[in-house]
Design a protein around this ligand. Structure first.
Ligand SMILES: Cc1cc2nc3c(=O)[nH]c(=O)nc-3n(C[C@H](O)[C@H](O)[C@H](O)COP(=O)(O)O)c2cc1C
Length: 366
């Protein structure tokens, strides 16, 4: 099968497969492993400081001279509602005390949030070849700046309307993020419940509606799901959960173990941990916040409020209070080097393609 297509030529890669950016999980070694294997590794830097952003980019560059993407969050920072903040803080303080968790809540005036505005100059001066983003669209000037410097842009859509906006902004490639996907929904047109369109429905709808090539994301975990997505109209895939437990993943062992042993219905949607809808394995912390009935704060304020509990849990190996983002196919992930996982997905896709060809020939003869 010939892999060369619009996506490979726009991104200057061999195979139309992107390792999804996964903040907190993806390491420079994972990014480099996929780029060196002929795909596109993606370095997540959403919300990180300029210093951290630069250091991570330099780490990737030390490991590969192949193209890779840097992934930004294109959201705005909300003002903090002091009353709501106080109510959530009080609840989390009591919850932490009850469960033996040391909790020092953040102080609203001392919260410092970085946005892509703080990072974009670094990406430009480091000549990053591919910039992907989620949670919105960068401002027109920033899009123009990046494109004028030769960067390719990948935006995230969770419905046709978001994809049309990205298309009109001349974003080069659009990731169709189906509802199966692990981690945060990229949704940016509504603050209410996000669109929950599965990859199988979203990809063909986008293929009909927009001119740009599409990457299918959500549930792509092996060769047959990759091939299915391409038959639905995607020109490539973005794969996240399949790399959650790979050797280069920085997921804590408890997270890796839990993912591999999760039942098929355990990756649920919540906005309790961060203030944005995201899919992950249900935990005690998520259930307790839901049961409290207390309103969550918008992203990333809620994230800051729960962070001390989640990092204490990570340090003390307490899976019930950690963040365990995972997609609906995450339990199929395997512990192997990222490049071996990538290679086997491509080989399976090749075999799936040949099977389909054979099947079509057989049916033709009937
Ligand atoms: C742990 C985790 C963290 C994620 N972090 C990001 C991120 O930083 N930026 C982003 O654009 N998408 C992020 N995502 C979403 C992925 O890019 C992608 O859409 C998703 O993993 C695809 O679905 P799959 O998990 O079924 O493969 C994350 C997903 C996971 C599982």
């Amino acid at each position: 099968m010939k892999w060369h297509n619009k996506v490979t030529s726009l991104l200057n890669i061999t195979y139309p497969a992107v390792q999804a950016p996964m903040l907190g999980i993806t390491t420079p070694a994972m990014v480099a492993a996929i780029s060196n294997a002929g795909g596109l590794g993606s370095l997540p830097v959403g919300g990180l400081s300029p210093d951290q952003t630069l250091a991570l980019i330099r780490e990737v560059k030390a490991l590969t001279n192949k193209p890779f993407a840097v992934n930004l969050f294109a959201h705005t920072i909300p003002t903090v509602d002091q009353v709501a903040f106080g109510a959530m803080k009080e609840f989390l303080t009591a919850f932490a005390a009850e469960h033996g968790i040391a909790y020092v809540p953040p102080v609203p005036g001392q919260l410092r949030y970085y946005t892509y505005h703080d990072q974009i100059e670094i990406l430009i001066s480091e000549k990053i070849p591919v910039v992907s983003f989620t949670f919105g669209i960068p401002e027109d000037d920033h899009i123009a700046d990046l494109k004028n410097r030769g960067a390719r842009l990948i935006g995230t859509a969770t419905c046709v309307e978001e994809a049309l906006l990205l298309d009109n902004k001349f974003v080069d490639i659009i990731t169709a993020q189906g509802s199966e996907a692990g981690g945060h929904r990229g949704t940016f047109l509504t603050e209410g419940s996000p669109p929950m369109i599965g990859t199988m429905s979203l990809v063909p709808q986008l293929a009909d509606a927009i001119r740009r090539p599409i990457l299918a994301a959500g549930g792509i975990c092996d060769g047959s799901t990759m091939m299915a997505a391409m038959m639905l109209g995607a020109q490539g895939v973005q794969i996240g959960s399949a790399f959650l437990v790979c050797n280069e993943s920085s997921a804590p062992n408890a997270h890796k173990h839990r993912i591999q042993n999760a039942a098929s219905n355990e990756a649920v949607l919540t906005k309790n941990l961060s203030g944005r809808w995201a899919r992950g394995i249900e935990t005690k912390l998520m259930r307790a916040i839901s049961a409290s009935g207390i309103a969550t704060l918008p992203y990333p304020v809620q994230q800051s409020l729960t962070a001390p509990i989640r990092s204490f849990a990570q340090q003390h190996d307490l899976p019930d209070y950690q963040t365990m983002w995972a997609g609906q196919s995450a339990s199929r992930a395997v512990r192997r080097p990222a490049a071996a996982i990538f290679q086997s997905i491509l080989e399976q896709a090749q075999a799936a393609f040949e099977q389909v060809e054979k099947h079509v020939q057989v049916r033709d003869r009937d």
